[in-house]
Design a protein around this ligand. Structure first.
Ligand code: EPU
Length: 443
């Protein structure tokens, strides 16, 4: 396969962790009320674990979420030659990075978690060579890698795609000016991690600005990297010879926090969400205010109160600081029971509307056309069996189940486990009636 074919590469659906029998039974009708604490962000911790590879010695991460993807990433770095001490209950992981790393990330792990691609930059920087299985597309879209590869080529790497693997080599990477066509989170991270130890200065224009990018930049700076423009769309990185291991606390998960906020609105509840920066969710929280919710800042988070049926609200997904695509399914679920009609536009992942077919099984009225979805609110959803096709679709379906009449059985629980730590206990603490069960009807 040639490089220009990356965007069309779609292997089998690699992201299926469904045990086939485990389900979530959600009993509709509860009002969520109380406090919930958000763990570190999935989309940060995985990259921080990869960034640890850049420095020999032991890097420790705290505020680590207890989710399946962290376990997969831990296995990946172990296979690269690291020692990993993971204490899920304490939310702590220590990665002992040796002087010599293996440079191959195998398909059996990459197919389970496409974020494994984030070892590309660090391994190339440390080993001068890397083989990473191509992750392909998944249930939310085709998910190209052209910008990752284009950036590395500009920095002097040679990159080949053969037999399902991306093979990259370099003598030494050198700095370059790199303009991204789109502020891709993953491409920004790959180039950033390749650039911190390269010769000279790298400038990434149109870089992603997500809080998770800021988090990795902060950790890299603590490790000794020279990065300016953090949090802006131009990152300037001056390569240094060596980085040092550090201890770093993972930024709070704004998507998990946003999921709780939407749950509060849908159930006409009152939920205080802790250990997250509300500025990381500004647009989403303002949208909830437009729906009629009261949102107030807390010292370490925010509180959402709602006492009526929400009003519909239009949403357009965009890179940060725009509305996050990872909250789009939850907002569709909310609009499905809202007063009025809403137009939801998805600009990042072309297949993210797939889940509306499942939502329709609960009685939602959603019509999609390309990257737009028209959601007409209905006063009542009715419980039914549904299938989660990805993490956020799973969250959206559980939220819909909370307000549907009767029982909603959500299959594909493994997807939810990838991103939501202690989802069921947290829901229960807030007053929901939900259980994790074996689906005996199948056998
Ligand atoms: N894209 C390309 N070529 C590239 C890179 C990206 O065409 O070289 C396209 C993608 O196909 C997609 C768009 O650009 O259409 C955005 O992709 P981006 O690279 O920004 O996303 P990502 O790094 O693959 C991360 C999160 C996603 C989150 C997006 C956007 C991780 C592990 N994943 O993905 O999280 O939706 O950024 O914020 O960090 C989730 O948590 O459920 C999830 C999907």
């Amino acid at each position: 396969m040639t490089l220009c074919q990356y965007r069309r590469f779609r292997p089998c659906d690699g992201a299926s962790y469904d045990s086939g029998v485990e389900v979530l039974n959600v009993f509709g009708g509860s009002r969520l009320q109380g406090d919930v604490t958000v763990p570190g962000a999935k989309n940060s911790v995985l990259k921080l674990m990869a960034a640890a590879l850049l420095a020999e010695g032991t890097t420790t991460l705290t505020n680590v979420p207890d989710i399946l993807d962290v376990a997969i990433m831990a296995e990946l770095v172990r296979r690269l030659g690291c020692t990993v001490a993971h204490d899920p209950e304490a939310g702590r992981i220590s990665i002992g990075v040796p002087a010599q790393l293996n440079h191959r990330a195998d398909y059996d792990l990459v197919r389970r978690m496409r974020a494994s691609i984030c070892v590309l930059g660090p391994l190339l920087s440390r080993c001068g060579e890397v083989d990473v299985a191509l992750p392909g597309g998944d249930n939310i879209g085709s998910r190209g890698l052209d910008m990752h590869v284009g950036g590395l080529l500009r920095m002097g790497a040679q990159v080949l795609s053969e037999h399902g693997y991306l093979h990259a080599t370099c003598g030494r990477l050198h700095g370059a000016r790199i303009w991204l066509d789109f502020p891709s989170v993953g491409a920004t991270e790959t180039i950033l991690m390749a650039a911190v130890r390269a010769d000279g200065v790298t400038i990434i224009d149109n870089a992603a600005r997500e809080p998770e990018i800021v988090d990795i930049c902060r950790m890299l700076v603590d490790m000794g990297a020279a990065i300016t423009g953090i949090g802006t769309s131009t990152l300037e990185i001056e390569g240094v010879a060596e980085l040092q291991p550090v201890t770093h606390a993972v930024v709070g998960d704004r998507i998990v926090a946003g999921t709780w906020a939407v749950a509060a609105v849908m159930t006409r509840g009152d939920v205080s969400v802790h250990q997250v920066d509300p500025d990381h969710l500004r647009i989403a929280l303002e949208k909830l205010q437009e729906c009629g919710a009261q949102v107030s800042n807390l010292e370490d988070g925010f509180r959402v109160q709602m006492d009526r049926r929400p009003l519909s609200v239009d949403v357009v997904t965009l890179p940060f600081p725009g509305f996050p695509t990872d909250l789009q399914p939850q907002f569709i679920a909310m609009n499905a029971i809202a007063d009025g009609a809403a137009l939801v536009t998805e600009n990042l992942f072309e297949a993210r509307f797939r889940f509306v077919q499942e939502l329709a099984r609960l009685g939602a009225d959603v019509r999609t056309d390309g990257h737009h979805a028209l959601v007409r609110g209905t006063t009542e959803l009715s419980g039914a069996p549904v299938e989660a096709t990805d993490i956020r679709a799973g969250a959206g379906l559980v939220l819909a189940g909370l307000v549907a009449e009767g029982v909603t059985t959500v299959y594909g629980v493994g997807h939810i486990d990838r991103g939501y730590a202690d989802f069921v206990p947290n829901l229960r603490n807030l007053g929901a009636t939900v259980e994790r069960a074996e689906d005996s009807a199948l056998f």
